[in-house]
Design a protein around this ligand. Structure first.
Ligand code: GLN
Length: 263
């Protein structure tokens, strides 16, 4: 009796060991595949300093969003790869499976964005501001006149705002461009009368260019809540990212990054 149960136990142990080795089986190949699948593609638009930008002559994307997402990924055991796209391609990229996460200082409350992707918890709040040349007489967004041109980025809340001003006949032209850096250049060159941009981003520009530009008037538009996003229905990933963000806030790392990037 005893021998029989020992034999049964041994057989079971062997079956179990075989099953284990079979799972690990193609372990080399399977392992590599799994590792490749574990790398999540984060899409962003890297002219939005200090959230995400590249430094002169360098392709590497840096900024608050990059540090925050990398810290979240480290906390949750995820590996990220960053892809630089145009802002209005970010949501389509997730919808067509070209990316797993959007992290781009994106306002989760705008338009129908939340119907197309799932947003995480808010990590930063923002408002729109008008940036003008330092010698400009334009007093604020309500003081614009029919002959003026304003620039902003395509697909953003600022882009929609200048387009609406144009449609209402309040300005001559809404110049919606792919890159924030081009909006600033147009203002510097006097091609447009001002740039409608998020306040933390305008502030960052002014820190470097206080000789060239200034804010005109007060904040305007709808208050914005920035959040990362995942493909519709990917709650498993979204839960991880939200947990990582909560852990960062708890540990003080989030405040450290705010201190580092927003002066
Ligand atoms: N906050 C703005 C928006 O979500 C701009 C974001 C950006 O240009 N990266 O539309």
């Amino acid at each position: 009796m005893k021998k029989k149960s020992l034999a049964l136990l041994l057989t079971l142990a062997m079956v179990f060991a075989f099953a284990l080795s079979a799972c690990g089986g193609g372990s080399e190949e399977g392992g590599e595949e799994a590792a490749a699948n574990d790398t999540l593609v984060v899409v962003t638009e890297a002219t939005f300093a200090p959230f995400e930008f590249t430094e002169d002559g360098n392709d590497e994307i840096v900024g608050f969003d990059v540090d925050m997402m990398e810290a979240i990924a480290a906390d949750q055991g995820l590996t990220l790869e960053w892809k630089n796209l145009e802002f209005d391609s970010l949501i389509p990229a997730l919808q067509s499976d070209q990316g797993d996460i959007i992290c781009a200082g994106m306002n989760k409350l705008a338009g129908d964005r939340a119907e197309k992707v799932d947003f995480g918890d808010t990590y930063y709040e923002s408002d729109l501001m008008l940036l003008v040349k330092s010698d400009s007489d334009l007093a604020g967004i309500d003081a614009v006149t029919k002959d003026m041109k304003l620039a902003s980025q395509i697909g953003t809340t600022g882009g929609d705002y200048v387009q609406a001003l144009k449609d209402e006949g309040k300005i001559a032209e809404g110049v919606v461009l792919n890159q924030w850096t081009d909006c600033y250049l147009q203002m510097q060159n006097g091609d447009v009368d001002g740039v409608v941009v998020d306040m933390p981003v305008g502030n960052s520009y002014l820190n470097e260019h206080s000789d060239i530009a200034k804010f005109a008037g007060e904040k305007f538009g709808d208050h914005e809540e920035m959040a990362f996003a995942v493909q519709k229905g990917n709650t498993e990933l979204l839960d991880k990212l939200n947990t990582g963000l909560a852990n960062l806030t708890e540990s003080g790392k989030y405040d450290e990054l705010v201190e580092k990037w927003f002066k």
